[in-house]
Design a protein around this ligand. Structure first.
Ligand SMILES: Nc1ncnc2c1ncn2[C@@H]1O[C@H](COP(=O)(O)OP(=O)(O)OP(=O)(O)O)[C@@H](O)[C@H]1O
Ligand SMILES: [Mg+2]
Length: 259
């Protein structure tokens, strides 16, 4: 068992009740992304705009292949737009060099994916500590903070387990702790519950919601689950290359049911 000292998990105790009052944290204007492949040219977005204010929990839905993951990659500086402006956490991410993008991601962004991508040969505690070690923190400090985050996700008694010794829901909770351990401003989650059964998915989403609020995060969650999307402060649908509010068709403007 690795000994750790107690290090405070930073908290923002101001839950967001009125996103309109908060500053913009994501501003995307006129986005286009074009892929040139051997099969031809694929343009994913057509003048896509997105404004998200600090503290919002935004769900993005849309058909498979619509470009949801690509959009998250662009917001998180993992991919570059072909056209348009992308301001994210006070940074113009479209113009970052590879090195700047890596620093931006480590500083500002927490990612959670459908598959946890935990490193199999490391313990849960070490996996959570990785972003801090990448920042150059001492092992002792990184493990201390990681230990507190494992407590936040109710897994302190699994800290020495390797990913293969954890359930799917536990693996995603470790992934959430790893995403948030370096205190990012923005949480980008790409189908974080997509690989889980309904009950476990609900529990992981409960946790995501709780951490979003208690740490003053701005979160974007891609999901195919309308029940989970309905719990977000806002739901957008990616359709024909643009984001439209849930229930409003990009062509007809017709409003339909939940979420
Ligand atoms: N590097 C790439 N080169 C060429 N085409 C790509 C590349 N990355 C993604 N695409 C294509 O872009 C489209 C959008 O992909 P993306 O993964 O963003 O969809 P998605 O909305 O996340 O779908 P899903 O719900 O299935 O995860 C797909 O048709 C995909 O094949
Ligand atoms: Mg996807």
């Amino acid at each position: 068992m690795i000994q750790t000292t107690s290090a405070a998990v930073p908290q923002d105790s101001r839950p967001v009740r009125d996103p309109e009052l908060r500053a913009p944290i994501i501003q995307v204007h006129n986005l286009e992304k074009t892929y040139h492949t051997v099969h031809g040219t694929l343009t994913l977005f057509h003048g896509l705009d997105l404004d998200v204010r600090s503290g919002e929990l935004v769900a993005i839905m849309g058909q498979s292949g619509a470009g949801k993951s690509t959009l998250l990659h662009i917001l998180g500086a993992l991919d570059a737009p072909t056209q348009g402006t992308v301001h994210c956490a006070s940074t113009n991410v479209a113009t970052l060099s590879q090195r700047e993008a890596a620093a931006f991601r480590n500083r500002e962004i927490g990612y959670v994916w459908q598959f946890h991508y935990l490193l199999p040969e490391f313990s849960a505690l070490e996996n959570v500590a990785m972003p801090l070690l990448a920042r150059g923190q001492t092992r002792r400090d990184a493990l201390a903070t990681a230990s507190n985050w494992l407590r936040e996700v109710d897994l302190e008694d699994r800290s020495e387990h390797r990913p293969g010794e954890l359930s799917g829901g536990e693996q995603q909770r470790v992934a959430l702790a790893r995403a948030l351990v370096a205190s990012p401003r923005l949480l980008l989650a790409d189908e974080p519950t997509g690989d889980l059964d309904e009950t476990t998915a609900g529990r992981v989403f409960d946790l995501l919601e709780r951490l979003h609020l208690s740490h003053g995060l701005t979160s974007i969650v891609v999901t195919h689950n309308p029940d989970l999307a309905a719990r977000c402060t806002r739901t957008l649908r990616l359709e024909r290359g643009r984001l439209v509010p849930w229930g409003q068709s990009s062509q007809s403007g017709i409003t339909t049911g939940t979420p």
